[in-house]
Design a protein around this ligand. Structure first.
Ligand code: 5AD
Ligand code: SF4
Length: 470
C-alpha cells in the first residue's frame, strides 16, 4: 500500500495570490457543475475555494460565467454520456464568448483515454485534469489565462492538507477522512480513478471540524468511499476512535458519515453509535444485491445473512435508526431468482431510502468481461419493479412519523415551495412553514403529512436540544 504522505499546507496558495492580484479588479465569475457522489460535491467546494482565493466569484448562471468547470463522474455510462452532451452544448456559448474558459475534471478525466478523447472531440475545452491533481488547479488555470490549452492527468497518492474550501451552506459541512478505495468490487471503476486508500491524520480532521464549529457549522458529514476502513497508521477500529474524538468538539452537534461497507462495519462502530450522542442514528449501508451468488460475483465479501445480521444488530442497539442503501439490478448473470432475492431483502429490511441502479459495464473492471451480460430491457424492467417496491417502503416508512414530533436541524429554505427544510437525526427530510431565520436552528416539528421522499410538518417549538428525539 502506498504511504499517505500529507503535505502540511496548500502549496499553490502563492499562485492563487498572484491570480488574485491580476484578476480581482476584473470581477470574473465561475460556474461549477458537479456530477456524482458527495465526494465530488466536496471536491467542487475545494475548486470553488481555490477560485475564491484567486479573486473569482460565483456567477449568477452558467451563461454569465467567465469560467465553467465540469466536475465529472464515471461510475455509470449514463453519467459520461451526459457530460459529453453538456460539454458539446457549450460550443455555442464559446463561439459567442471566445474568452470563456471551459475546464473538465474529476473521475471521468482521471481515465487518460477518456480525457484524450474529450480533448480531441471538443477543441474548445481549455483545461482538463483528473482527481489526483485537483490541488494543481490554480497553476493550470493560470496557464490557461496566459493563453495555453492544458491537460494534466497524474497518478498520485499524496494527501494535500489545507486546500481552501468554499462550502455550499453554513449549517452542514463535508469533511474527507479517507480517500480512494481498495475493495475492487467487480463492477466498480472507483478504485481505478480515486486510487488506493489513504486516511487523513485524525489531528487534521479534528482541526478542520473545530474550525467549522468556530464558523457556526452544526453538522459534519465524514466522507470516504469506505469510512469503515479509516485506519491512520494501520490502526484497528480507527473509524470508531475518530468518532469519539469528534464527539468532544463543542459546537458540532451532529456527526454523520458516508459510505459504510458491510464487510467492515465493526462492533466498535455500532458501540460508538450507541454511546456517542452526536453520532446520528442513520447509516448508509449499500447492499448492492440480495443474492449470495451475485454478491460473490460482485466481490462484496459478505453474504445476505451477514447483512441481515448487521441490520438486526443496528436496529437492536441504535434507537430509532434508519437505513439507506444502494442496489444494482441486472448484474451479469443475474437470474429472476437472484433478483427476487433482492426484492425479498428489500422487503425484509425496509430501507427508508434506496439509490437504485441498472448495472452499467465499465471498461477495465472485471464484471465488464463477465459472461451473461443482460439486455437493457431486462435491466429496465427489474429497475422499475424494484423502484415500485421501494416506493411502497418509503410510503410506509413516512407514515410511521405522521402525528409524531421530530427535531429538525434547519438547513435551508426552498423559495419555490416557500418552506424551510432540514433533517431529523435519522436522515429523514422534513419541510415546514417557517422564516428564513430558522436556518441553522434545531426546531421541533409536528409531522402532519408526507410527500414522495420527505415529510411535511408544522413548528411546535424552537431552540430544541439537538438530541431531544434520539
Ligand atoms: N453500474 C451500476 N451501478 C454502479 N455503482 C457503482 N458502479 C456501478 C456500475 N458499474 C453504484 C453502486 C454504488 C453506487 C455509488 O453506484 O451501487 O454503491
Ligand atoms: Fe466501488 Fe466497492 Fe469501493 Fe464502493 S467499496 S467505491 S462500490 S469498489
Amino acid at each position: 500500500m502506498l504511504e499517505a504522505k500529507a503535505k502540511n499546507g496548500f502549496v499553490q496558495d502563492e499562485v492563487c495570490k498572484m491570480l488574485y492580484q491580476s484578476y480581482k479588479h476584473l470581477n470574473k465569475t465561475y460556474h461549477i457543475q458537479s456530477y456524482g457522489c458527495q465526494m465530488n460535491t466536496h471536491d467542487s467546494e475545494k475548486l470553488a475555494g481555490m477560485l475564491s482565493m484567486s479573486g473569482f466569484s460565483p456567477a449568477a448562471s452558467k451563461e454569465e460565467a467567465d469560467i465553467i468547470l465540469f466536475n465529472t463522474c464515471c461510475v455509470r455510462e449514463h453519467a459520461e454520456k451526459r457530460v459529453f452532451g453538456n460539454i458539446g452544448a457549450l460550443k455555442k456559448l464559446k463561439d459567442e464568448k471566445p474568452k470563456l474558459i471551459i475546464g473538465v475534471c474529476g473521475c471521468m478525466m482521471q481515465q487518460e483515454e477518456v480525457a484524450d478523447r474529450l480533448m480531441r472531440r471538443f477543441p474548445f475545452v481549455d483545461l482538463v485534469f483528473g482527481t489526483h491533481n485537483l490541488n494543481e488547479f490554480p497553476s493550470m488555470l493560470k496557464a490557461v489565462l496566459d493563453g495555453e490549452r492544458t491537460s494534466s492527468i497524474i497518478e498520485g497518492c499524496e494527501i494535500e492538507e489545507g486546500l481552501p474550501v468554499k462550502r455550499a451552506d453554513g449549517v452542514s459541512a463535508f469533511i474527507n477522512i479517507i480517500y480512494g478505495c481498495n475493495n475492487y468490487c467487480s463492477y466498480c471503476i472507483v478504485p481505478y480513478v480515486r486510487g488506493r486508500e489513504r486516511s487523513r491524520e485524525p489531528e487534521k480532521i479534528v482541526e478542520e471540524a473545530k474550525a467549522l464549529a468556530d464558523q457556526g457549522y452544526k453538522e459534519i458529514t465524514l466522507l470516504g468511499q469506505n469510512v469503515n476502513s479509516y485506519a491512520p497508521n494501520g490502526e484497528k477500529d480507527g473509524f470508531a476512535k475518530l468518532l469519539y474524538m469528534l464527539n468532544d468538539i463543542d459546537g458540532i452537534e451532529r456527526i454523520r458519515f458516508m459510505t459504510s461497507h458491510p464487510k467492515d462495519l465493526s462492533r466498535g462502530l455500532i458501540e460508538a453509535m450507541v454511546r456517542l450522542p452526536k453520532v446520528c442514528n442513520h447509516i448508509h449501508l449499500p447492499v448492492q444485491s440480495g443474492s449470495n451468488r451475485i454478491l460473490e460475483a460482485m466481490n462484496r465479501r459478505y453474504t445476505r445473512e451477514h447483512y441481515m445480521d448487521l441490520v438486526d444488530q443496528l436496529r437492536e442497539h441504535v434507537s430509532g435508526i434508519e437505513l439507506t442503501t444502494d442496489i444494482i439490478v441486472g448484474f451479469p448473470s443475474e437470474t429472476e431468482e437472484d433478483f427476487n432475492d433482492t426484492l425479498d431483502l428489500v422487503n425484509r429490511v425496509g430501507f427508508s431510502s434506496a439509490y437504485t441502479f441498472m448495472y452499467s459495464p465499465r471498461r477495465g473492471t472485471k464484471a465488464a468481461k463477465m459472461p451473461g451480460q443482460l439486455d437493457a430491457e431486462t435491466k429496465k424492467m427489474r429497475l422499475l419493479a424494484l423502484n415500485e417496491l421501494q416506493a411502497e417502503h418509503v410510503r410506509a416508512n413516512n407514515k410511521k412519523y405522521i402525528g409524531k414530533s421530530a427535531v429538525v436541524l434547519t438547513e435551508g429554505y426552498d423559495e419555490r415551495k416557500g418552506l424551510a427544510f432540514g433533517k431529523m437525526t435519522n436522515f429523514k427530510m422534513v419541510y415546514f412553514p417557517a422564516d428564513k431565520d430558522a436556518i441553522g436552528r434545531f426546531i421541533s416539528v409536528k409531522i402532519e403529512g408526507e410527500q414522495k421522499n420527505s415529510l411535511i410538518g408544522r413548528i411546535e417549538g424552537t431552540n430544541m436540544s439537538r438530541d431531544a428525539e434520539k
